[in-house]
Write a protein that binds this ligand. Structure first.
Ligand SMILES: NC(=O)c1ccc[n+]([C@@H]2O[C@H](COP(=O)([O-])OP(=O)(O)OC[C@H]3O[C@@H](n4cnc5c(N)ncnc54)[C@H](OP(=O)(O)O)[C@@H]3O)[C@@H](O)[C@H]2O)c1
Length: 277
């Protein structure tokens, strides 16, 4: 697909902003969906349109004249995903979906089935934990050298949002991704305690992890006004399940699809150093 008309959902988010930039640089026409176009701050030349995934009836106009769609699911219920996919399949030729573990009523396998069964070319990206989640520690890092949380020994492979976007842009515009579910990881496995140390090294600070019980961590997150209450147990349950399961397995998919190795946490922290200051 060259010179394609591409619709990007969640275009104002961590991943979506990078996708929009990559697609514009490659010369594609980009339409970005947001609930608040006035606050979107997207690059010149991007058509910004209103739409709400929680209200699929608002999406008809967004999809007119569109060839390919990037979709992620920011809601904590999958109720409207089938209706949104039906709307997309009625108008576009291709959809690229970023899978999520944050929808308790719609596990990964169900997401795959819905997306690959929607009747048009489809690709699912199944990312490991976002490196950007470490910004949940930013308040603590600004306040001192200690990060307190539960499951400090939990190993994860953190992925840079720019790497997810690079794979998504290829899948939206190039051949060879129809029917694929791409598992995406970063280049390394680090425990949460090790992640804190690496961020400290990049910031030039002796940061260290201090372990809390799950209940202490739960109360801490519930008191954090910037963290959604509805996501606290989903997150901690997810961490407990990850700790009980097999350790993360790294994939070469970012390199295979984009030709460049995935970015390290060190690189991500350097890109985001100002967000911790
Ligand atoms: N964090 C992880 O470790 C992880 C792992 C796997 C998958 N994910 C997936 O990645 C998503 C987050 O991606 P991100 O970090 O790029 O986004 P983000 O920075 O958290 O921003 C959320 C985006 O979703 C949009 N949005 C929220 N509610 C919406 C609605 N009702 N209708 C339309 N758009 C809506 C927002 O757009 P406006 O506010 O402009 O409307 C914004 O662009 C998660 O929701 C999950 O699906 C996350």
């Amino acid at each position: 697909m060259t010179d394609t008309n591409i619709l990007v959902f969640a275009a104002t988010g961590n991943v979506g902003r990078h996708i929009v930039t990559l697609l514009r640089e490659a010369g594609h026409a980009v339409r970005a969906v947001t609930r608040d176009p006035g606050a979107a701050r997207l690059p010149a030349g991007v058509e910004v349109v209103p739409g709400d995934l929680a209200d699929p009836a608002t999406l008809h106009a967004c999809l007119a004249g569109i060839d390919a769609v990037f979709l992620l699911w920011p809601l904590h219920s999958g109720e409207h995903l089938p209706a949104v996919l039906d709307l997309i399949a009625a108008r576009a030729r291709r959809v690229v979906f970023l899978g999520t573990g944050g929808v308790p009523d719609l596990p990964f396998e169900e997401q795959d089935k819905l997306v690959h069964g929607c009747g048009i070319e489809s690709t699912v990206l199944r990312p490991s934990t976002f490196a950007v989640n470490t910004l949940w520690w930013a308040d603590q890092i600004r306040a001192g050298d200690v990060v307190r949380g539960a499951y400090g020994a939990l190993p994860m492979s953190l992925i840079h949002e720019a790497d997810m976007a690079a794979v998504a842009a290829r899948a939206l515009t190039g051949p060879g991704h129809d029917g694929a579910t791409h598992t995406l990881t970063g280049p390394e496995v680090l425990t949460q305690a090790e992640q804190v140390r690496v961020i400290g090294e990049v910031l030039g600070r002796p940061l260290r992890w201090e372990e809390l019980t799950r209940e202490q961590a739960r109360r801490r997150l519930l008191n954090d006004e910037t963290f959604p209450d509805s996501f606290v147990d989903v997150l901690l349950d997810g961490y407990a399940a990850m700790l009980a399961g097999p350790p993360p397995v790294l994939t070469s998919t970012v390199q295979d699809v984009t030709g460049a190795p995935p970015r390290s946490l060190r690189r991500w922290a350097a890109d985001h150093a100002d967000d911790f200051r």
